[in-house]
Ligand binder design. Structure first.
Ligand code: C6P
Length: 403
């Protein structure tokens, strides 16, 4: 059992007030809060060893380089990648996806097919559309079901010898539903297609093992798992990362440069042009340490308690509908009959409660349900039942005011 009061003390922001009320932070799907261990790592970097990495012989640069590469190894171990150089540090999930989409734009050809799921965030749709447009490939979509699950039966029918790539999120950001990525990877591989899994919403709750999954590419952002913004990960199998062309040209991604010809550095540097987010990378490592110290089994158990508690209480409110009811993480997306989600979100904010409202960068899901958006409460292990009770009362109040 987690000591929630002790855990909450790790997050200084939870002490603050919003509109004179204690902050209740239920927008963890957008970004999670930052524990003192990560904040201290950031302060320590800028206070004691801020320097550019892989470039200097001086002590500060070497210290920063060592810490950055230590963080890469922490991330490698966390995701159980075979080699640390299979972990590319990027600015986040969006950039990680764009690295792969840009690389495959040069490899795919007309007649090739790529498959994406209906449950994707725009980051896992738009780069592939751009890639297909450049390469002349066709984008196909795995349909979803009313309960927020994917039609895996139809996915299996869509696969054929032209299928080259499959993209799917591990967990839907708009609904919290968990996709059967093991099945998706296994079936795609039967046809020789590569699979990219967007783990942005899974990694705060689940510890993926990329070797066990046998996934080709797995991407995530640090800021949803207690780390800072502006840094994330692209995991790729060595042979695939070696096959793909670099994403950006610049310093540190080269081996030799002349005006006639440039040769590229090996992994991971080939994909890390320019000065990276050094402090962010180191703090990402600290966030991984923090979450592992709490333990993903404990996190899941706690978040399931919160999810069950909140779901039961919300469903007692007349006219309230929850979207996405298949197996899921601690995300509740809901609407109340006849009330715009934005109006509910605004009233909750006045009461100190942070939720996200709108289409959640997943417009196709909203189109499927024929709604403009939802109110999304995304809960984390540091939330409490008392906070949920306050939200329930606030939702009832909002309903009364807006009906
Ligand atoms: N979703 C949300 O409120 P970046 O912005 O690159 O860190 O992550 C993009 C992204 C990609 N895939 C999924 C499944 C995501 O949930 C997100 C970010 C946030 O749902 C902000 S839009």
């Amino acid at each position: 059992m987690l000591d929630i009061n002790k855990i909450r003390a790790d997050f200084p922001i939870l002490e603050r007030k919003v509109h004179g009320k204690p902050l209740i932070y239920f927008d963890n799907g957008a970004t999670s809060q930052t524990p003192t261990a990560v904040i201290d790592t950031i302060v320590d970097y800028y206070t004691n060893y801020n320097a550019n990495i892989h470039r200097g012989v001086h002590t500060l640069s070497q210290e920063a380089t060592d810490k950055y590469e230590e963080a890469r190894i922490k991330i490698q171990k966390h995701f159980n990648a075979k080699h640390s150089y299979e972990i590319i540090l990027t600015s986040g999930t969006t950039e990680s996806i764009n690295v792969i989409a840009s690389g495959f734009s040069a490899i795919l050809k007309e007649g090739d097919e790529v498959i994406v799921s209906a449950l994707e965030h725009h980051s896992n749709i738009v780069p592939w559309q751009m890639m297909c447009e450049k390469a002349g490939a066709t984008l196909r979509v795995i349909p979803m079901d009313e309960d927020g699950s994917l039609r895996i039966d139809l996915f299996e029918e869509m696969l054929n010898e032209n299928t080259k790539l499959v993209f799917c999120n591990h967990v839907s950001n708009a609904l919290g539903t968990i996709n059967p990525i093991e099945k998706i990877i296994e079936n795609a591989h039967k046809f020789g297609a590569y699979v990219l899994i967007d783990g942005a919403q899974a990694c705060p709750h689940i510890k993926p093992d990329v070797q066990q999954l046998d996934v080709d590419f797995y991407v995530t952002s640090a800021h949803k798992m207690c780390g800072p913004t502006g840094v994330g990960m692209l995991y790729g199998k060595q042979e695939l990362l070696e096959m793909l062309p670099p994403y950006q040209g610049g310093g540190e991604m080269i081996d030799t440069v002349t005006f006639e010809k440039t040769t590229y550095a090996g992994l991971p540097h080939k994909f890390e042009a320019g000065t990276p987010n050094i402090c962010g990378g180191i703090a990402f490592g600290a966030a991984v340490d923090y979450m592992n110290a709490i333990g993903f089994d404990n996190i899941q158990e706690r978040e399931h308690q919160l999810l069950d508690y909140a779901t039961k209480k919300l469903l007692e409110i007349d006219g309230l509908k929850i979207y996405g009811t298949s197996t899921k993480t601690s995300v509740i997306s809901f609407n109340i009959d006849g009330i715009h989600p934005y109006d509910i979100g605004s009233i909750l904010d006045k009461l100190g409660i942070a939720v996200r409202t709108g289409h959640h960068c997943a417009q196709p899901i909203m189109d499927f349900y024929k709604i403009p958006g939802t109110v999304r409460a995304s809960l984390s292990f540091y939330n409490t039942e008392d906070e949920i009770d306050t939200m329930i009362e606030a939702v009832k109040k909002a309903k009364m005011m807006l009906s």
